[in-house]
Ligand binder design. Structure first.
Ligand SMILES: NC(=O)c1ccc[n+]([C@@H]2O[C@H](COP(=O)([O-])OP(=O)(O)OC[C@H]3O[C@@H](n4cnc5c(N)ncnc54)[C@H](OP(=O)(O)O)[C@@H]3O)[C@@H](O)[C@H]2O)c1
Length: 124
């Protein structure tokens, strides 16, 4: 008997999120994906770019997936649904990119990584 494969949730349906969805689908994982708004807003692009990925709200992706990959702009990490992610395996694929995130000393402090900030936020 083989174990059920984990479902993969992706928060962020942009350049990185789409490529991750394509790779996970090609590897035969069940994929759920969300952008910042309604699932309908990304429905057409996901049907074209990552057919088979289920579009959902962010909170539904977080609560219904076994593994959740963070692929949203880092500046928005404090909007993540902390409670829904509480018992999930979360993979942070975000980077600080000042052109997108703006000048932010908290995110560019070499004393700590941005993934540590995200982890701290999720453990609140
Ligand atoms: N592009 C790369 O090659 C690459 C490689 C490695 C890492 N990264 C990192 O991955 C992250 C995303 O980069 P990207 O290039 O994919 O950005 P992007 O193309 O701008 O896509 C960002 C996605 O995140 C969504 N989003 C924004 N705020 C959100 C929120 N609060 N909740 C849920 N979804 C939200 C956006 O939805 P809306 O469109 O609805 O706003 C959009 O779908 C960044 O931290 C970047 O540094 C990127």
């Amino acid at each position: 008997m083989t174990a059920a494969r984990p479902t993969i949730g992706i928060i962020g349906a942009g350049k990185l999120g789409v490529v991750l969805a394509q790779l996970a689908l090609a590897a035969r994982y069940e994929v759920r994906i969300a952008g910042s708004g309604s699932p309908h807003a990304i429905g057409l692009s996901m049907r074209v770019l990552a057919p088979g990925a289920q579009t959902m709200t962010t909170i539904d992706v977080a609560s219904s997936s076994d593994i959740v990959i963070l692929a949203l702009p880092l500046r928005n990490y404090q909007h993540l649904p902390v409670d829904a992610l509480a018992d999930k395996l979360v993979i942070d694929a975000m980077n600080y990119w000042w052109e997108v995130d703006g000048e932010n000393p908290a995110l560019s402090d070499p004393a700590s990584s941005t993934s540590e900030l995200v982890q701290e936020h999720l453990h609140k």
